[in-house]
Design a protein around this ligand. Sequence first.
Ligand code: NAD
Length: 373
Amino acid sequence: AQVLVVRETAPGERRVAATPETVKKLVALGATVHVEADAGLSAGFTNAAYEAAGARLADAASPGAANLVLCVQSPTVAALAQLSPFAAIVGTLQPQADEARAAALSGDTRKVFPLERLPRTTRAQSMDVLSSQAGMAGYKATLIAAELAPRFFPMLTTAAGTIRPSKVLVIGAGVAGLQAVATAKRLGAQVEGFDVRPETREQIESLGGRFLDLGVSAAGEGGYARQLSEDERTEQQRRLAEHLKSVDVIVCTAAVPGRPAPKIVSADMARGMKPGSVIVDLAAETGGNCELTQPGQTIEEAGVVIAGPLNLASMGAVHASEMYARNVYNFVALFLKDGQIAYDWNDELLAKTVWPAAPAQKPSSTPLQEPTP
Ligand code: NAD
C-alpha cells in the first residue's frame, strides 16, 4: 500500500493524522508512507522526524499514486479530485456537512471511512477519535474559562484576605465534560457537573465534582443521550435558572449525536448570571448550548462573557495529534496487512464506518480491486 499523510489545509487546523511514531508502525505493516512536506510542523513533528521514521516526503504533485490517504479533516473538493479513484480515505471527513464534498468523496471504487461514524464499542475504543479529541477540547475549554474569568479558580488565603474558590459548572459530562471537571478541579475550583445520563453522577463524583441534580434523566441508545421532551426541558430550565445565579463559570459540553447542540442556557439565564461570570461553550461548533453563543467569537452581555471557541482539539495539536494518529493507526491496522489492503466486511468496525453505507455482506477478506502498478 502507498499511504499518503496529507498536510491539513482547513483554516486553523494544526493537527496531523500520522506522527513519526505511527509512521514507523505503518511501515512495519508493510506500507510505503509518503508525508506531505511540513504536514506535521504545526503539531511539532518535523519533516526530518518523519523521514527518520521511514517516511518519504511526498511530492505534492503526485497525490494520485496513493491508495490510502490519512487526514484529520476532509481535503478540499479540489484536493479530492487529485486523488486516485481507488484511494481509501480515513479521517473525520463529515461527508454530510457539505454536498460538494459528499459528491467529491463518493465513488464506486473509493472506500471512504469517516471516523466519526465508528461504532463506540469496547473494541473500537483505541480508534475512537471523538473521545480522544474531546478530551483535549474539554481541557482547553476549561483553560479558556480560567483565562477569561476575572477571578482565581482556587481558594487562596493571603495577607490581603481570603479568596473564595470559583464555582464552575460543567454542563454535559461525556468525554469532554469529564475532562473539564477534572481540569477545573486541578485548578482548585469548586466544581459541579450535570448530565441527563444518570451514570454520570458517579463519574463526576469520582473526579471530585458534585453532581447537580436537575431531576431529568434521559439515557438513550448506545450510551448516548436522547433529546429531552418539552416537559423535561422546561423542568431542567427552571431548576437550572435558579442555580446559575450562584455560578461563576459555565463550561458547556452537552451534545446529542446527529442533532444540533441542545439549548440549555437561555439568553435570560445567561444575562441573569452575576456580572463577571464566564461561559465557555464547547458545543459552539454545533450551535452551542447557550442561546447567546456566537461560534468562533467571544462576546459580552450584561457583564457576562460568552466564548464559543471552535476546533479546540487543534489548540492542543501535539497531544491531540499523538492520540488521533494512534486512533487512525489502530483503525488502519484492521485492513492493512503485509503491505496489502484487504477489507473484511464482516468486521462491524469497517462495515459501520464506511460511507455511504456498508456493502452487502461479502466473503471475508475481499481484496481491493485495483490494477497493480
Ligand atoms: P457527546 O459529546 O455526544 O455528548 C456530551 C454529553 O452531553 C453526553 O454525556 C450527553 O449525555 C450530554 N447531554 C446531552 N443532552 C444533554 C442535556 N440536555 N443536558 C445535559 N447533558 C446533556 O458524548 P461523548 O462524550 O462523545 O460520549 C457520550 C457517551 O458515549 C458516554 O456514555 C461515553 O461513556 C460513551 N462512550 C463510549 C465509548 C466506548 O465504549 N467505546 C467511547 C466513547 C464514548
